[in-house]
Design a protein around this ligand. Structure first.
Ligand code: PLP
Length: 331
């Protein structure tokens, strides 16, 4: 495992397992829903693709390895991952959640998980003492860092310490930095979430999500849940994400270079009131992100002076698309 992260992104696919598929450099797509058995009570280990599929497993091995987890589960979207993860909790359980999160995650917590009996306290995890929100029913802390959309940097080790002291799980959505720049499990988190739709896939053409853990009991619960609820990633989409990951390193480096140049350019513009990018020394999380990550990522938030200017920018952007999502080649 001494190889550099960029090399691992490119070569894990063929080096983590012994590939025998006629020497194919690209892992085959096992486009099958089911598998024939040689006889009664005989299985090749593959019974039905909701449970096992070689292409999806190959992707899961690569992602688990990049994040330093014992297992990764590949799902049909980032939201499918977060939804599945909520199933490990039971009615009455309480979670402390970062208050600046991807809006879809909040919608899930407030309108679906809540209905199922989970309760949530929203906290500014980057600056508040979150211990004040812990109750006897608290089971987990859920953060993103940097946060979407305000780019707050949360100190993962600090939050992990509070989680450990109080026997809580720490869940980190690592979508914005990707495993190329940040590995929360190595900083004390128990579970990592990804929208694979973003930097991992990287081409705006595939929805995907991941849950990665280094805890055996969580792995066992999640494996039971994915088999039972069924939102596993399709073989073809697994292959597309495997292909995306091969260039994760070069894409992340270039996107970060572009982001820094754009952030500095934005700072010079008269109508721009504030630029929030953790790679700028004036960002309050500049030193924390350097301590816990290998880069600053490529997401920038900025404020302009008037609503009219904001609308004009959205109408006039050409190469940058006025579109949802992030992390693709064309954004
Ligand atoms: C930080 C973050 N987490 C999760 C998601 C949800 O992922 P998906 O759109 O793949 O369901 C997104 C989507 O934008 C996101 O930005």
């Amino acid at each position: 495992m001494g190889r550099g992260i960029s090399t691992r992104c490119l070569h894990l696919e063929e080096t983590e397992t012994k590939i025998e598929h006629y020497g194919a450099l690209s892992y085959p797509i096992y486009q099958t829903a089911t598998y024939a058995h040689a006889g009664v009570r005989q299985s090749t280990g593959y019974d039905y693709s909701r449970l096992q599929n070689p292409t999806r497993e190959q992707l899961e091995k690569v992602v688990a390895s990049l994040e330093g987890g014992i297992d990764a589960i590949a799902l049909s979207s980032g939201m499918a991952s977060i939804s599945l993860l909520m199933e490990i909790f039971k009615p009455g359980d309480h979670l402390i959640v970062e208050s600046d999160l991807y809006g879809g995650s909040m919608r899930l917590f407030d309108s679906v998980s809540n209905k199922n009996g989970l309760t949530f306290s929203y906290a500014n995890c980057y600056k508040e003492d979150i211990s004040q929100y812990i109750t006897p029913n608290t089971k987990a802390i859920y953060i993103e860092t940097p946060t979407n959309p305000m780019m707050n940097v949360v100190d993962i080790e600090k939050i992990a310490k509070i989680a450990k002291e109080n026997s809580l799980l720490l869940i980190v959505d690592n979508t914005f930095l990707s495993p190329y720049f940040q590995n929360p499990l190595k900083l004390g988190a128990d579970v990592v979430i990804h929208s694979g739709t973003k930097f991992l896939g990287g081409h705006n053409d595939t929805l995907a999500g991941f849950i990665i853990t280094n805890r055996e009991e969580i792995r066992d619960k999640l494996r039971f849940l994915i088999k039972t609820t069924g939102a596993g990633l399709s073989p073809f989409d697994s292959w597309l994400i495997l292909r995306g990951i091969k260039t994760l390193g070069v894409r992340m480096e270039q996107a970060q270079k572009n982001a820094l140049a754009i952030a500095n350019w934005l700072k010079e513009q008269e109508i721009v009131a504030k630029v929030i990018y953790p790679g700028l020394p004036e960002h309050p999380g500049y030193h924390i992100i350097q301590k816990q990550a290998r880069g600053f990522g490529a997401m920038i938030t900025f404020n302009v002076d008037t609503k009219a200017h904001a609308l004009a920018i959205l109408e006039k952007v050409k190469m940058i698309k006025y579109a949802e999502s992030l992390g693709g080649l064309k954004h």
